[in-house]
Design a binder for this molecule. Structure first.
Ligand code: BGC
Length: 709
């Protein structure tokens, strides 16, 4: 703790300390200025750098401490990058870093010094709308990209916020804000890991989750906030409550009054309360008297707040140069957003329909053909809109194609006339592009869906076109994995484009034309049915593992006599669904390319207590392209049932047609360890299978860890 912070703390009255511990949002600048004069510690971003400066001036001139100015800068401020889930699909650290760098610069120029990002909730349930805000189902991928973003924000002078601590992604049934009940070991191995990695990477703040975990709402969860985060991990930054999350302790039924909720939250480890009751009112009266809340805890919270302000340089100079505020994307930021968008696209299926031919007649239809809804969830009103529609971007990308258009259907509703028009225009087209998807508003906060299918009007459009014999390519814009079972085999190609931001349309057009070879891979499993959820690649081993899937959906395979006859004991009593084929529709890591890759020459070398694992990647096709190479480890036998495999490394590599590259991973003994339910991290000796895969081929070997540590 610096002497300067100690001296400042000593000068603050009880009321001034409590005021430091609150953040609120006020649209009205006059109200916000009054709060700044009264010594509030933090505010949400006012409309501009000029207004931010006005607030900082009000804080300083009234003898107070400069403000933390916060905002959700989740995947862009002015220039919007792909959503975080889309970024995860790039499997590219540079994509996450570029977003954080550009958005932090834009936000900082307006006076924002704190972003509520990155969200590092591991998400295994696509019903939950907030999956779009995170990096998907894998703890390593989430940890890596979260840490990259935290570092990049920090380098640009903006404090990061890891959210939402913890296990918010485990909300039951994917219903937002719902309870999470997670074993201690899964909490440690999966849900806490990205927070540990992010805190280690220098994230300054952590946001408490709305959920209760194992019965204890996170805003009053002392064992996790104080015990694990601040104690065990030595996190020196601050914990902010989520919007009115502290007040919600009353709704959770663990506090009788909001005042009691605030006391509990502070004592559990929350340092800044977001919204809710005023900690210090307009007359200067404190909600809690010194005896009503642990005064040492209050001092600790304020120390953390002041230390962050000091580190951000706010105690020296809280002002920004208003004339240098970045108000619109620049050529450079657009180029960065475009290259990021190009790297996030996943080719899910291709029966030879893509890349598009340079000539011929192509019909573009569906709600995304003429929509600008490309930004995705969590952008602010001042975000730069998408620069073009897909229809326009395609016309620019392939000028010699004879482009034809038809509305086809809306996002949620359609008409017989629109469908009939699309079918008639499809009749003399060589190909039909259905620009389909889930609009941005259907994912994000409080946007859980019980049925994660494409809206029925769009499915109908696809079916009618397929019935009419059209060759159909679906461009799937989405904030979450969707169940596509009903139509996927009827179409010739599917390109998953998520919500790609300001530069979405030219990036998608580039992937359709082949100028860009899609290199993204799925960061979340696409299930076959909602009934499979939660579903993820690293599920734990079970007894009676299934070798075959169920067949009840296929009348050719099952008739009344078979189902009523004696059970086949070999295949019947296994862990599967009777009415689904085995496994998901598209697994974690799935993604095709316009070229083909082959992995070989796997080499494992013992190195300083760990292993160096390397593999050769050959591009065996006719296009240059990027491959994503994944390293998985499977524990052959352990004292606790382990996941069937765990991702232990990933690399994205560009390989020219006919060329080869070597990809290497470093594996430590600790990468093979795991948490037990009595919260011990153990590394057990024994055999492990290593698999290096890229979705097209896999190479395997076995290593043995000799000694327990
Ligand atoms: C969300 C947070 C967000 C906060 C402030 C809450 O409703 O859960 O993720 O940072 O609002 O906008």
């Amino acid at each position: 703790m610096s002497a300067r912070v100690e001296a400042l703390l000593a000068r603050l009255s009880w009321e001034q300390k409590l005021a430091q511990m609150q953040i609120v949002w006020r649209r009205d600048l006059g109200e916000a200025t009054a709060l700044a004069r009264r010594g509030i510690g933090a505010l949400f971003w006012p409309a501009s750098a000029r207004e931010t400066n006005q607030l900082q001036r009000a804080a300083v001139e009234s003898g107070g401490v400069p403000l933390l100015i916060a905002l959700d800068v989740v995947h862009g401020q002015r220039t919007i990058f792909p959503t975080p889930l889309a970024q995860a699909a790039s499997f590219d650290r540079a994509v996450a870093a570029a977003d954080a760098r550009v958005s932090a610069r834009e936000a900082r120029s307006g006076g924002v010094n704190w972003t509520y990002s990155p969200m590092v909730d591991v998400t295994r349930d696509p019903r939950w709308g907030r999956v779009v805000e995170g990096f998907g189902e894998d703890a390593l991928l989430t940890s890596t990209l979260g840490a990259v973003k935290a570092r990049a924000y920090r380098a640009e002078g903006v404090a990061a916020c890891l959210k939402h601590f913890a296990a918010y992604g485990a909300a039951e049934a994917g219903r937002d804000y719902n309870t999470a009940d997670v074993s201690r070991r899964r909490l440690r191995d999966v849900y806490l890991e990205p927070f540990r990695a992010g805190a280690h990477a220098g994230a300054d703040t952590v946001m408490a989750a709305f959920t209760s975990v194992n019965g204890r709402p996170m805003h009053a969860n002392a064992p996790l906030l104080t015990g694990v985060l601040k104690g065990e991990w030595g996190f020196e930054g601050l914990v902010v409550g989520d919007a009115e999350g502290v007040a919600q302790l009353v709704a959770h039924g663990v506090a009788e009054t909001e005042k009691d909720a605030i006391r509990q939250a502070i004592e559990a480890g929350v340092d800044i309360v977001m919204g809710g009751a005023e900690l210090v009112d307009a007359r200067g009266a404190a909600l809690l008297a010194p005896g009503e809340v642990d005064a040492d805890r209050v001092d600790d919270a304020v120390r953390r707040i002041l230390s962050l302000k000091e580190r951000l340089g706010l105690l020296d100079d809280p002002f920004v140069r208003a004339e240098a505020e970045i108000l619109a994307p620049t050529e450079e930021s657009l180029a960065a957003a475009r290259s990021a968008a190009e790297r996030c696209i996943v080719l899910l299926r291709n029966e030879g329909a893509l890349p598009l031919a340079q000539r011929g007649r192509v019909l573009v239809t569906g709600p995304y053909a003429r929509s600008l809804d490309h930004l995705g969830a969590w952008v602010q009103h001042f975000a730069a809109p998408a620069t073009s529609t897909l229809a326009d971007a395609l016309a620019a990308e392939l000028p010699e194609v004879d482009w034809v258009e038809a509305a086809g259907s809306g996002f949620l509703s359609g008409s017989d006339e629109d469908i009939a028009e699309a079918v008639s225009r499809a009749a003399d087209a060589d190909l039909v592009i259905v620009a389909a998807g889930e609009p941005s508003r259907l994912s994000g906060e409080a946007a859980s869906r019980a049925d994660v299918a494409l809206p029925a009007a769009q499915t109908r459009l696809i079916h009618v076109l397929a019935d009419a014999g059209a060759r159909v390519v679906v461009v799937l814009h989405t904030g979450r994995p969707l169940v596509v079972e009903d139509w996927i085999e009827r179409v010739d190609a599917v390109l998953c484009t998520w919500h790609l931001g300001t530069q979405a349309a030219p990036a998608i057009a580039g992937a359709l034309s082949g100028r860009v070879n899609p290199g993204g891979r799925l960061p979340m499993t696409f299930p076959r049915a909602v009934g499979q959820i939660p579903i993820h690649h690293d599920h734990e081993r079970t007894g009676r593992p299934a070798r075959t899937g169920g067949e009840l959906l296929d009348p050719a395979a099952v008739d009344d006599e078979t189902i009523l006859g004696p059970n086949n004991t070999d295949d019947h009593y296994t862990s599967k669904f009777l009415d689904l084929p085995l496994g998901p529709r598209f697994a974690f890591g799935h993604g095709l390319s316009y070229t083909t890759f082959a992995l070989d020459d796997l080499e494992v070398v013992r190195d300083d207590g760990g292993w160096l694992v390397s593999v050769r990647v050959r591009n065996t096709g006719v296009h240059d392209g990027d491959d994503v190479v994944l390293l998985f480890a499977s524990d052959e036998c352990a004292s606790v049932a382990q996941p069937v495999r765990r991702l232990r490394g990933f690399e994205r590599v560009a390989v020219p047609s006919g060329g080869a590259a070597r990809v290497a991973f470093r594996l430590e003994a600790s990468d093979l360890g795991f948490w037990t339910d009595d919260e011990r991290f153990v590394i057990e000796p024994g055999g492990f299978e290593l698999a290096v895969e890229d979705g097209m081929s896999a190479v395997r070997t076995r290593i043995v860890l000799e000694e327990a540590s």
